[in-house]
Design a protein around this ligand. Structure first.
Ligand SMILES: Nc1ncnc2c1ncn2[C@@H]1O[C@H](COP(=O)(O)OP(=O)(O)OP(=O)(O)O)[C@@H](O)[C@H]1O
Length: 259
C-alpha cells in the first residue's frame, strides 16, 4: 500500500500484551433490526496492553459492535464487559474505565474546547483543582493549546477529532474504544492522530475501528476482522498478512470481493 512505512525511524506499535487481563470482552453479541442482523454472534477478547484494529468494509458492523461494547446499544443477544464489568448490569463501573469516541463525537460547535472539557469533567464529577489538572493534562496530551478558546465548529476536522480524544481521556480510562478516529482527516492530521494513539497504547488497551489496512500496520498489534456482521479473522497483523504479498489481497479474500 502506498504509505506503508519504509523508514526505519517510523514509530511502530509496541510488541503486544502487557498482561493477560481481559479488558474488552464481546460474548456472542448479536443485534437484529427486524430480520436483518447488523452483527451476529460477535465474540472476541482484547487483553490488557493490546492495541487492536477492528477492521472491515463499510457496513460490516463495526460501529454497531462498538455501541454494544460500550453499552450505548442493547444487544438482541450476548453480553459485553469492560475491564471485567458487564456494560449493562454494572454500567457505572464499566463506564469509569472506558473512553468511547463515537464516529461523530458529541462535540458542541458553539463551545470552546476548554468549556467543553470543563463541562464533561463536571459531568464526570470533577471539580476544583482536580478538574483544572485533568483539563490541562488532556490539552497538553492532545496538543490543543493553539485552539483552546476558539468555537469547536470553526476548528479543522483534525482539531475537532483531537478535542473528542481529549474529552474521552479526561477521566483517565484504562480502555479506549475509538470509532474511525482518522476518518476524514488529511495525511498530516492522520499522522498526528496515529502518533497520539500509539502513545496512548503504551499505557491503555485500545480498540479502534477502521476500513484502512495501513492503520493496522501503523498502530496495532492485534486485528479483529468483521464482515457482514460476523468475525472472519482474529489474530496478529503478521498472521493476517501470511501467504499474501499485500494485505489488501487478504482484505478481498475475507470480504469475498475480487480486486
Ligand atoms: N438503526 C439501524 N436500523 C437498521 N439498520 C441499521 C441500523 N444501524 C445500522 N444498521 C445496518 O447495520 C449494518 C452495520 O452497520 P454499522 O454502522 O455497524 O457498520 P460499519 O462497519 O460501522 O460501517 P461504516 O464503516 O460504514 O461506518 C449496516 O448494513 C447498517 O445499514
Amino acid at each position: 500500500m502506498s504509505d506503508k512505512p519504509t523508514d526505519h525511524k517510523t514509530p511502530q506499535p509496541h510488541a503486544g500484551p502487557l498482561h493477560d487481563r481481559p479488558m474488552i470482552e464481546a460474548d456472542g453479541l448479536s443485534k437484529f433490526y427486524g430480520d436483518f442482523a447488523a452483527t451476529r454472534d460477535v465474540t472476541f477478547t482484547i487483553r490488557e496492553g493490546e492495541v487492536a484494529a477492528f477492521l472491515g468494509p463499510n457496513g460490516a458492523g463495526k460501529s454497531t459492535t462498538m455501541k454494544l461494547l460500550t453499552g450505548y446499544l442493547a444487544p438482541s443477544a450476548g453480553s459485553a464487559r469492560i475491564a471485567g464489568h458487564n456494560v449493562s448490569s454494572d454500567r457505572i463501573e464499566a463506564s469509569r474505565r472506558l473512553g468511547y469516541l463515537p464516529e461523530n463525537g458529541p462535540l458542541y460547535p458553539d463551545m470552546s474546547p476548554r468549556s467543553l472539557l470543563s463541562f464533561f469533567g463536571r459531568a464526570r464529577g470533577m471539580t476544583g483543582a482536580k478538574l483544572r489538572n485533568a483539563t490541562e493534562r488532556v490539552i497538553t496530551q492532545c496538543r490543543l493549546e493553539a485552539v483552546i478558546g476558539k468555537p469547536i465548529g470553526k476548528l479543522s476536522k483534525g482539531y475537532r477529532q483531537r478535542v473528542g480524544m481529549a474529552q474521552v481521556l479526561l477521566h483517565e480510562p484504562d480502555v479506549l474504544i475509538l470509532d474511525e478516529p482518522t476518518a476524514g482527516l488529511d495525511p498530516n492530521q492522520i499522522r498526528e492522530v496515529r502518533k497520539l494513539i500509539r502513545e496512548l497504547g503504551e499505557t491503555k488497551t485500545v480498540l479502534l475501528s477502521t476500513h484502512i489496512l495501513q492503520e493496522v500496520e501503523a498502530m496495532c498489534n492485534r486485528v479483529v476482522f468483521i464482515n457482514e456482521g460476523r468475525v472472519v479473522f482474529d489474530g496478529t497483523p503478521q498472521t493476517l498478512g501470511e501467504g499474501v504479498s499485500h494485505l489488501d489481497e487478504r482484505f478481498h479474500e475475507l470480504t469475498g470481493t475480487t480486486v
